[in-house]
Design a protein around this ligand. Structure first.
Ligand code: BGC
Length: 493
């Protein structure tokens, strides 16, 4: 009885909160996102170099569920003006896209800058600005030049220099027009996903490779941040950060709190604490846990590689805002006796002995991994402030997959419900400065190929012109942008 009363009270409170929602504050920015390999195609045009995705789709076709490739994808390399049209129709404040490292630097190094690569991004940026849309540019969204991978990729300490050199070239070409930069998209996938054979380069080495990668990805990010800070900021006044995907993790029972905190440190704190905490370095509980675990395993030193004091200082504070990609939530519990948690990142963080599960009420109608829990976003935003203080937060990805239908009511509800939570978080006093819908249009969804649709716009992949058609969610989002309110649903469009 008492429990029912609490549930009813909570439901009423939520309904009341939602009913009182206001509009987004002035200055709050809305955008839509994409990534080079997922949309560009033109994989071998002109002098473009091979990326780790070009390589894996051609050498290990079974890696992709539908045996497809990103060779053509949305063909944005040729059809970028179509992308500009749909962005303009949406009325977004900004477009977040990524630059393909091997398209701009075919050898991976700045000894040769591709004229075609440069022209492509320059035209895109100019086209955006001409339409009043700000470019938000990611330097690395998972498509490393393959020759750098052959040299060890993100586990080779020299990758820090290679990435810094690449970043300097990009800034010198485009920083006069681009004011918001993301160095690296979701290092958890770049390291933990790549070294669990989930994304390219598809290597099984999560005990050593993934953790070496964690260190060098952070150093590479910091090097790119510091170059901008030293050489470009005074001229252009832009901002640079990194973006992390965070799953909201909550304990399955009260007894699972400690494990949940450790799992948060392992999964995301590993990439955020060194940058955003006042102390810098690895999250303390995780550092101690990994040192003890590695010693028990017989390693002479922790598998989580140490930072020098200089490295800690270099990384600490290397951000002008907090980039957050958020899609889903999980509960955390310890494995039952004899249970071996799966290795997949949405099933477990086995390194710290955390099994991840969902709640029945979080069911969604999209991808299996994408359990829908809008409140998770508000919790996540509050947790970020609790850890890192009053940092400005830019939501750089949020969205869900759907069937290949134009009437994507599930996505309309998903975006509306998550946006409502953003408004509530703003009411909580969190400095959320913007929201980016993933994705502008259907694309090559990594190992899912074209089976999974995340687009506000449908793309007809059987059409050589790759026609882009607005879904119901695009109309909904257009209205959000116009009214600056999250309210309403597809029935009112
Ligand atoms: C990635 C995107 C991807 C999206 C949906 C994010 O982790 O940054 O590239 O398409 O998830 O799967």
């Amino acid at each position: 009885m008492c429990f029912r009363a609490v549930v009813i009270f909570l439901a009423l409170t939520r309904a009341l909160e939602v009913a009182c929602l206001k509009t987004f504050p002035p200055g709050f920015r809305f955008g839509a996102a994409s990534a080079a390999y997922q949309i560009e195609g033109g994989w071998n045009v002109s002098d473009k170099g091979e990326s780790i995705w070009d390589h894996i789709v051609h050498t290990r076709p079974g890696f992709i569920a539908d045996l497809s490739t990103g060779d053509v994808a949305c063909d944005s390399y040729h059809l970028w003006e179509e992308d500009l049209k749909i962005l303009e129709d949406l009325g977004v404040d900004f477009y977040r896209f990524s630059i393909s490292w091997p398209r701009l630097l075919p050898s991976g190094f700045p000894n040769h800058i591709s004229e075609d690569g440069c022209r492509y991004y320059s035209n895109l940026i100019d086209g955006l600005l001409a339409r009043g849309i700000a470019p938000v540019v990611t330097l690395y969204h998972w498509d490393l030049p393959q020759n750098l991978q052959d040299l060890g990729g993100w586990t080779n300490p020299l990758v820090v220099e290679w990435f810094a050199d690449y970043a300097r070239v990009v800034y010198s070409l485009f920083a006069d027009r681009v004011k918001t930069w993301i160095t690296i998209n979701e290092p958890c996938f770049v390291c933990d996903g790549a070294y669990r054979d989930i994304i390219a380069p598809g290597i099984e080495d999560y005990e050593i490779g993934a953790l070496l990668c964690t260190k060098y990805v952070l150093l590479a990010h910091a090097a790119a941040y510091r170059i901008y800070e030293r050489e470009f900021k005074h001229k252009y006044g832009g901002e640079v950060s990194i973006t992390n995907q965070e799953i909201w993790l909550e304990p399955k029972t009260e007894a699972d709190w400690e494990l949940t905190l450790l799992a948060r440190e392992y999964a995301f704190g590993r990439y955020t604490y060194p940058v955003f905490s006042a102390e810098g370095g690895w999250p303390p509980a995780l550092e101690a846990y990994m040192a003890e675990k590695s010693a028990k395993e017989g390693y002479p030193r922790s598998r989580l590689p140490a930072f020098t004091p200089e490295e800690i200082q270099l990384i600490k504070g290397s951000s002008d805002f907090f980039g957050l990609n958020h899609y889903t939530s999980r509960t955390v519990r310890a494995p039952a006796p004899g249970e071996r948690p799966g290795l997949y990142m949405f099933e477990s963080f086995e390194e710290v002995g955390a099994v991840l599960e969902s709640k029945p009420e979080w069911a969604g109608d999209g991808s299996d991994w994408l359990k829908v829990n809008p409140e998770g976003l508000r919790h996540n935003l509050n947790w970020t402030r609790q850890l890192y203080g009053d940092v400005r937060i830019l939501i750089i990805e949020n969205g869900c997959s759907s069937e290949d239908t134009l009437n994507d009511t599930g996505r309309v509800s998903y975006i509306r419900d998550y946006l409502e939570q953003v408004l509530l978080a703003i009411d909580d006093g969190i400095k959320v400065i913007g929201y980016t819908a993933w994705s502008l249009m259907d694309d090559f969804e990594w190992i899912d190929g074209y089976q999974t649709r995340f687009g506000l716009h449908a793309v007809d992949f059987s059409d050589p012109r790759r026609a882009r058609t607005a879904r119901a969610s695009a109309s909904y989002y257009r209205r959000v942008l116009r009214t600056r309110a999250a309210r309403g649903d597809h029935t009112e469009l």
